[in-house]
Design a protein around this ligand. Structure first.
Ligand code: COA
Length: 192
């Protein structure tokens, strides 16, 4: 039942993937990560689909990060082992069709990393972005230390990574973390 938390809708040539854990601010647990990888595999095989939009269910969050509950009780070695399977970030990065992140709210930690693995990021004006892992004593493990500086430059990346600060969509646009900001009500239409 890995895919209940991941909804896929195909309309015309566009597949929309929705992370569907709004009560948990669409945090990525392992079932959701696996569901996303499976959804991408199906969409890749569907030759009618030419582009993909990924977004979060509800109006609060795109993805609020990795599911913190899954970290509980894990040793660093457990965590290392847990990360040995296929990477959802790698799956988005390597996906052969254009992928647009429609960022509809909190886009934090692994959520920001997933958005950065997409080709284009469009944010609602209400969105907030950041890499708050430092507040948990960890670093971004989903490629954030690499993709963030490529997008925003070293200084702005270090500021976000070292401070854990959340920034508004307008500031994310200014530093190059997102490519466009639109009123929340227009987000999906613009992404399409
Ligand atoms: N992992 C697991 N659960 C999460 C989560 C995460 N990353 N982010 C939010 N949730 C859950 C909360 O535990 C809460 O669950 P509950 O209702 O069962 O108690 C629910 O989502 C709502 O969260 P809440 O904090 O009440 O919502 P909010 O709108 O006031 O704040 C955030 C939203 C995203 C700012 C806040 O939840 C937050 O800071 N989350 C952690 C972000 C983070 O550190 N991400 C990086 C992880 S490596």
């Amino acid at each position: 039942m890995a895919e209940e938390t991941v909804l896929t809708d195909v309309a015309g040539r566009i597949a929309t993937i929705t992370i569907n854990r709004p009560d948990k601010r669409n945090a990525l647990n392992s079932a959701t990560r696996n569901g996303l990888i499976a959804a991408l595999a199906r969409i890749q095989a569907d030759t009618a689909v030419r582009a993909v939009i990924v977004t979060g269910a509800g109006d609060k969050a795109f993805i609020a990060g990795a599911d913190i509950g899954e970290f509980e009780g894990r040793t660093p070695v457990d965590q290392y082992r847990a990360m040995q399977g296929p990477s959802v970030y790698g799956a988005f990065d390597a996906f052969p069709k254009p992928v647009i992140a429609a960022i509809n709210g909190f886009c934090l930690g692994g959520g920001c990393e997933l958005a950065m693995a997409c080709d284009i990021r469009i944010a609602a004006d209400s969105a907030k972005l950041g890499q708050p892992e430092i507040n948990l004593g960890i670093i971004p493990g989903g490629g954030g230390t690499q993709r963030l500086p490529r997008l925003v430059g070293m200084g702005a990346a270090f500021k976000l990574l070292y401070s854990g600060e959340l920034i508004a969509a307008a500031e994310a646009l200014r530093i190059g973390l997102v490519d466009e900001v639109v009123p929340a009500a227009q987000l999906m239409e613009r992404a399409k």
